[in-house]
Every structure is written in structure tokens, then in C-alpha cells.
Design a protein around this ligand. Structure first.
Ligand SMILES: [Zn+2]
Ligand SMILES: [Zn+2]
Length: 425
């Protein structure tokens, strides 16, 4: 069971979308670029845990009451972890958390309501840390090579097998084959298909400043993503340009090991058939963890990889379901994903894609040609005046670019929960 959207909204509004922990002051959303949203995560922490075995979970509250505004407190990830940590439970009691929440919401109300009577007073400048779903590229290949190619279609080109896991993404454009391998070298993986002696070499940076070539470059990066995810056993959903897990055998749910934020090792369900909560009866659809990955250029030469968690819905573990139905199911899941679980989802994907290492590695043959993405969740310090006080409600001034919450609203969804699916696991 998840927190109904109306309850989420109420909590977000009343807390000014700021962590309620005393003196934290972290603003829990941030503006994205038009290119890509930067998602900053507020967490709807339970005062009485959702489950009776969870922190402060021993309570007469019903499961529904546990997911209502009255039992939730908006916190940053760090303070959510703190109040739920084993050693701190005696300190952060139900009463104490209620008091903390109430004091915070009163502060927010005063700050907004009192503003008109306090002209020209500037709000204090605060330091905030923002986290995003964007991973920085720490190295891009230095060169790109192109040579005349007789093949008319990419499917006609079969690169030779390479040693040590070297990836050989390529594109065909304007009669040439373009790749990260040095095509002048007669031993290159495309030697059979290209005229090696007529190879041209360009600096990749040169390509990034030319809009057409930039498009080609991104196409080559997408081919590289296909190679990486293919090796990890993911499937490509062409229509949505996202990658997803498939069952290893028909009718069998699947989970994979990964390293969550707060534990050494765990497993995550990646393909499952949801069950009805009341009866345990299986639903007539399957859910698949999926991810949308996109390279994009910010600033001068800084590339990033955005990692956007998604869900794919199938009727039987394989057959994609009709668009209309998918819209409804996945949108509901997405709206729930937004605050509480998105950071965990991003963590799952960066750990999986990076094979539990600090980087996602695309080997293209030589050190200077390799592509490396850091799996450090990028976070940045910003100094700014907290909430812009001249606006009625601070959260309105913070545009969530295509965030999952407003997206769900745009789809005209109600937030009734009577048809409750099992929450993500
Ligand atoms: Zn919680
Ligand atoms: Zn906090």
C-alpha cells in the first residue's frame, strides 16, 4: 500500500517541501533543465511505520491510517534514515515526531503568512544539498573515426569479435561507418567492411559543437548503451527507448542482487506478478523494472547520463499490454514512485549498471577512447535564500519538470486507492 496522492500533496504543501527536521532546512525539490529534470527527493517518512514490524510500528493505527497525512512527516533522505535507525528509536518517538512536524509546519505558515507585514526583509541565505538522478560522465572517447563503407544498412555490418570485452558500437551515415575504434588500423573490428586507408579522424569535441554531428554522436552513444545493457541481460523496448528485465523462464518471477544505500547486499524484484492484497490472488498483468537512459551535454564539454526508473507492464511476462491500459497502470505506479522510492530506484539502477563499482565502463579498446560514467550520485551545494518568500506557496515556484507527480495529475488520474496493487518491492 502506498500513500495516496492527495495525502502526499497535503504533506508537501504544509511542510513547504522542506525537511521538517529541526534546522535541516533542505528544500526537497529543485529546478531541472529543459533537457532533463533534476529530481530532488523528499521522503514521506512514517511516524508509525507502515508495517507493524517497522520503526514505531506497534500501534493500533489501521494500515490506511498509517498512510495518511496525519501519520507522515516530510524529511530528507538523511533525516528519514536517522529517525528510522535502530539506535535512535528511543529518541525519535511518535510524540516527538508529531511535535517536530507541528513546529515545522507552523514555521512554514508564519514564514508565508507573515511576509506581507514584513517588507524588505530578506530571507536568510542557506546552504542546501541537492541530489539528482543524473550521473556525470568522467571520460568521453577523444576521437571518432569514419571510413567509406559499402554496406547499405547497419544490419549488414558484422564487426569482428574483439578481445577483452571491447564494445564495437557504430553508425552508418553518408556512406561512412563511424566508430570509436581506429579504422586506419588494418586489424580493426570493421576492417572487412570499410576502406581503412581512407579513414578520417575527428576530435569528438569538434562534433559536439555541430548540431548534425552532435545528433550522430548521441546515436553512437545510444548504440553503446544497447551494448552495455545487452551484456547485463536487459531487453530494449524500442518504442519507449528504455531497457527492461524479462523473466528467465515463462511464469517465473525474477530478482537480482544489488547493493542498496544502507546495506551490504540485498535482492530486488525485477519481474513479478502483483498479488491482490486481500486475497493473495495473482493479478492479470506482470510488472518489469525498466530504465530510461539518456546521454546529454550540459555546459561546454560536460556530458551526463540521466537514469530514469520506469516500469513496463506485460500480460504474461513477455507480451506488452495495450497502450491505454499501460497508461493507467504505470502512471499509478509512477505517482507512487515519486517521493518515497525514487532515490532507492535510482540507486538500484546505478549499482546494477555499474556492477557495484564506482563507474559504468564502456571499453572501446584503448584507455583514451574508453567512456566512463561515474556512479556517484551527483549532488551539489547551492547557496540561496531557501524559499522565495514573495510567492504564495514556495513549492509553486519550484517547477518540477516532467516530474512523476504532476505527470500523474496531467493524465487526469484520481487518487482513489480502492484498487490497490501491491507496492513496489
Ligand atoms: Zn518510511
Ligand atoms: Zn533533513
Amino acid at each position: 500500500m502506498a500513500v495516496p496522492v492527495a495525502q502526499q500533496r497535503k504533506l508537501t504543501q504544509r511542510s513547504g517541501n522542506i525537511c521538517a527536521f529541526p534546522d535541516c532546512g533542505l528544500l526537497l525539490t529543485a529546478q531541472g533543465t529543459p533537457e532533463d529534470p533534476v529530481v530532488v527527493l523528499g521522503e514521506m517518512a512514517h511516524i508509525v511505520a507502515e508495517s507493524p514490524n517497522g520503526p514505531r510500528g506497534d500501534s493500533p493505527l489501521t494500515p490506511e491510517e498509517r498512510n495518511r497525512y496525519e501519520n507522515l512527516i516530510l524529511l530528507c533522505n538523511q533525516h528519514h534514515q536517522l529517525i528510522d535507525s535502530e539506535g535512535a528509536l528511543a529518541k525519535y518517538t511518535v510524540e516527538r515526531l508529531h511535535a517536530m512536524k507541528e513546529a515545522h509546519e507552523q514555521r512554514i505558515e508564519r514564514r508565508l503568512g507573515g511576509r506581507s507585514n514584513v517588507p524588505s526583509e530578506l530571507p536568510p541565505i542557506v546552504n542546501d544539498t541537492v541530489y539528482s538522478n543524473v550521473l556525470p560522465v568522467t571520460q568521453m572517447p577523444r576521437y571518432i573515426y569514419g571510413a567509406p563503407c559499402s554496406a547499405g544498412r547497419e544490419s549488414e555490418v558484422r564487426p569482428a569479435a574483439t578481445s577483452a570485452g571491447v564494445m564495437t558500437p557504430f553508425i552508418l551515415r553518408e556512406g561512412r561507418l563511424w566508430a570509436f575504434q581506429d579504422l586506419r588500423d588494418s586489424g580493426n573490428p570493421f576492417a572487412d567492411a570499410v576502406a581503412c586507408t581512407e579513414t578520417e579522424r575527428f576530435s569528438t569535441k569538434e562534433w559536439w559543437t555541430d548540431p548534425d554531428k552532435l545528433g550522430w554522436y548521441v546515436a553512437l552513444l545510444n548504440r553503446s548503451l544497447n551494448k552495455l545493457t545487452g551484456r547485463l541481460g536487459l531487453r530494449l523496448d524500442h518504442d519507449h527507448h528504455r531497457y527492461y528485465f524479462e523473466p528467465e523462464a515463462a511464469g517465473v518471477e525474477r530478482s537480482v542482487p544489488y547493493r542498496p544505500l544502507n546495506a551490504n547486499r540485498a535482492t530486488r524484484s525485477v519481474v513479478w506478478q502483483p498479488k491482490k492484497r486481500a486475497t493473495g490472488e495473482a493479478r492479470n498483468y506482470w510488472l518489469h523494472r525498466a530504465v530510461s537512459l539518456r546521454f546529454f551535454l550540459i555546459g561546454d564539454n560536460q556530458w551526463c547520463l540521466s537514469v530514469r526508473p520506469e516500469l513496463r507492464v506485460t500480460s504474461d511476462g513477455f507480451e506488452s499490454m495495450q497502450a491505454k491500459y499501460i497508461g493507467r497502470q504505470v502512471t499509478r505506479k509512477k505517482s507512487r514512485l515519486f517521493n518515497h522510492d525514487l532515490l532507492g530506484e535510482v540507486q538500484f539502477w546505478r549499482d546494477f549498471l555499474g556492477r557495484s563499482t564506482p563507474r559504468i565502463f564502456f571499453p572501446f579498446g584503448t584507455d583514451r577512447q574508453n567512456l566512463i560514467v561515474s556512479t556517484s550520485l551527483s549532488s551539489g551545494q547551492v547557496r540561496w535564500p531557501g524559499i522565495p518568500a514573495e510567492h504564495d506557496m514556495p513549492f509553486k515556484n519550484v517547477e518540477y519538470v516532467d516530474d512523476l507527480f504532476t505527470w500523474a495529475e496531467a493524465e487526469g488520474l484520481s487518487d482513489d486507492d480502492e484498487d490497490e496493487e501491491e507496492a513496489l518491492r
